[in-house]
Design a binder for this molecule. Structure first.
Ligand SMILES: Cc1ncc(COP(=O)(O)O)c(C=O)c1O
Ligand SMILES: N[C@@H](CCOP(=O)(O)O)C(=O)O
Length: 405
C-alpha cells in the first residue's frame, strides 16, 4: 500500500487522486509505502536480470505495465577513463542504452501506466527533448494522445525526430524550457490531461530503479558516490530515494554521496549548495551546449538540495569545453557514446578530483543519462570532418599514409 505525502507540510493524499503538488502549500509530493508489508525474496532478487519491473514490489502500480523493456542498462567498469581522471575505481551506468536512448524511459513506463490506472486518456509534458521522446513512445505503446511543448530551436535533432515519428503533437514554444513547463502545468490543470514531467511523483518512482540497479549490479554493495548531471533535478532525488529504500528494507547497508553536476551557464542548484542557501534562485537565461540541462528553475530543487545535503554529497558546475572534452574521453577511451549533458557527470568528477573534493580512493559511479545519437549536430560540430577522396587506392593510401615520395 502507498499514498502521497507533501515534503513541506506533511499533508497526505490518496493514491487515487490526480495531484502533482500539495493543494495546501504547493509543496512537492513523495510516494510513501508501508515498508513493513513489502516482502522481498532475496534469492529471486539475486538471480533475476535487472530491469525496471524486476522491482515491481517497490513501484506504485497495480495493473499490467506499459513497457518496452526499460532498465537493465550496463554498468561498465571504466579503467582507462579512471586512469586518465586519476581515480582507482570508476563505473559508468549508461542510461543511454534504454529503449528510447535515455533514463526517462524508466519514469515513463511507470508514469504512462499510472495515467491509465487513473483513467487519464491524454498525456503531456514540457521538454528539453528526452522527456518528450520517451513520452511520445510510451504514449504510442499505450495508444493514447501525447502533447509535448519544446523550447523552439533548443532541442537536439534526434529527440525531436523521435517525438515526431512516434506521433506526438509537438508544439515549439517561443520561450525556454522553464516557460514551457509553466505553460504545460497550466494546461494540465485546466484540462483532463495527465502531466508527466518529473513534478509528477509517480514518474520519479520509475527513475529510482537506477539506484536499485546499481546496487544490484554491484552485488548489493553501494558505491561511495554517485555523480550525475542535474537539470530539472528529478533524477538525483529519485536515485537517492532508491538507495534509501534498499537500505530501509535491509537489502543494502550503506548510502552513497549524491553529487550533482550542472553546466556553468545553468547552475542554480550548484549556487545554492555553495552558498548554503535554503532555496535556489532561479536563473532567467540558462545557456549551455548541453541543451538537456538548459534549465534555470528546476522544479525538484527542494528535493535535490535535500538529497545532496542529507547524503553528504556536493554539487559542481562545469564549462561547455569541459563537457565536450569529457564526451570525447568517454567515446574514445571507453567506447561509450553519450550526449553532452551526460558527459557533465564525468567532467564534474574530474574537476572535483582535481580540486581534492573527491578522494582518488572512492568507488564512484557516474551516470550517463542519454545516448550520443540524440544530439548528432553537436558531434558534427566538434569532430574532424570526414576526408573526401577519389575512389582510387592511391588516393586512399595518400589520405592514410601521406604523400609518397
Ligand atoms: C540527457 C539528460 N541528462 C540529464 C538530465 C537532467 O535530469 P534531471 O532533470 O532529472 O535533473 C536530463 C533532463 O533533464 C537529460 O535529458
Ligand atoms: N531534460 C529534461 C527536462 C525535463 O525534465 P523532467 O524530468 O521534468 O521531465 C527533458 O528531457 O525534457
Amino acid at each position: 500500500m502507498y499514498h502521497l505525502k507533501c515534503i513541506e507540510c506533511g499533508a497526505e493524499y490518496s493514491k487515487d487522486e490526480v495531484i502533482y503538488t500539495c493543494s495546501k502549500c504547493d509543496g512537492l509530493l513523495d510516494v510513501i509505502y508501508d515498508y513493513s508489508s513489502i516482502k522481498i525474496d532475496m534469492e529471486k532478487l539475486k538471480t533475476e536480470c535487472p530491469s525496471v519491473w524486476k522491482y515491481a514490489k517497490l513501484l506504485p502500480i497495480e495493473r499490467e505495465p506499459v513497457t518496452i523493456r526499460e532498465g537493465g542498462t550496463p554498468l561498465y567498469k571504466c579503467d582507462r577513463l579512471a586512469e586518465k581522471i586519476g581515480i582507482k575505481k570508476l563505473y559508468v551506468k549508461h542510461e543511454g542504452m534504454n529503449p528510447t536512448g535515455s533514463f526517462k524511459d524508466r519514469g515513463m513506463t511507470v508514469g504512462v501506466t499510472k495515467a491509465l490506472e487513473l483513467g487519464m486518456s491524454t498525456v503531456a509534458c514540457a521538454s528539453t527533448g528526452n522527456t518528450s521522446a520517451a513520452l511520445a513512445i510510451y504514449g504510442a505503446k499505450a495508444g493514447i494522445p501525447v502533447i509535448v511543448l519544446l523550447p523552439a530551436g533548443k532541442v537536439a535533432l534526434g529527440k525531436v525526430a523521435q517525438a515526431l515519428m512516434h506521433g506526438a503533437k509537438v508544439l515549439s514554444i517561443r520561450g525556454n524550457f522553464d516557460d514551457a513547463l509553466a505553460l504545460v502545468r497550466t494546461l494540465c490543470s485546466q484540462e483532463k490531461i495527465y502531466l508527466l514531467n518529473s513534478i509528477n511523483p509517480y514518474r520519479l518512482e520509475g527513475q529510482k530503479t537506477i539506484g536499485f540497479e546499481i546496487a544490484d549490479q554491484l552485488g548489493f554493495k553501494v558505491p561511495d558516490r554517485i555523480v550525475l548531471p542535474v537539470g530539472n533535478a528529478g533524477n538525483i532525488t529519485a536515485i537517492w530515494k532508491g538507495f534509501r529504500e534498499f537500505k530501509k528494507l535491509g537489502i543494502t547497508d550503506s548510502l552513497p554521496k549524491m553529487t550533482g553536476i550542472q553546466a556553468a551557464g545553468s547552475c542554480p542548484i550548484v549556487k545554492a549548495i555553495k552558498s548554503e542557501a535554503p532555496e535556489i534562485t532561479p536563473e532567467e537565461k540558462p545557456e549551455t551546449v548541453a541543451t538537456a540541462i538548459r534549465i534555470g528553475n528546476p522544479v525538484n530543487a527542494k528535493k535535490a538540495l535535500a538529497a545532496i545535503r542529507e547524503s553528504g554529497g556536493t554539487a559542481e558546475s562545469v564549462t561547455d569545453e569541459e563537457i565536450l572534452a569529457a564526451q570525447k574521453d568517454l567515446a574514445r577511451l571507453e567506447g561509450i557514446g553519450v550526449e553532452p549533458a551526460s558527459a557533465a557527470s564525468v567532467a564534474g568528477l574530474k574537476k572535483l578530483i582535481d580540486m581534492g573534493v573527491i578522494s582518488r580512493d572512492e568507488t564512484v559511479v557516474c551516470i550517463t543519462t542519454g545516448h550520443l545519437l540524440k544530439d548528432p549536430q553537436t558531434v558534427i560540430d566538434v569532430c574532424e570532418e570526414p576526408i573526401v577522396v577519389d575512389a582510387s587506392i592511391e588516393a586512399i593510401r595518400e589520405a592514410i599514409f601521406g604523400k609518397m615520395k
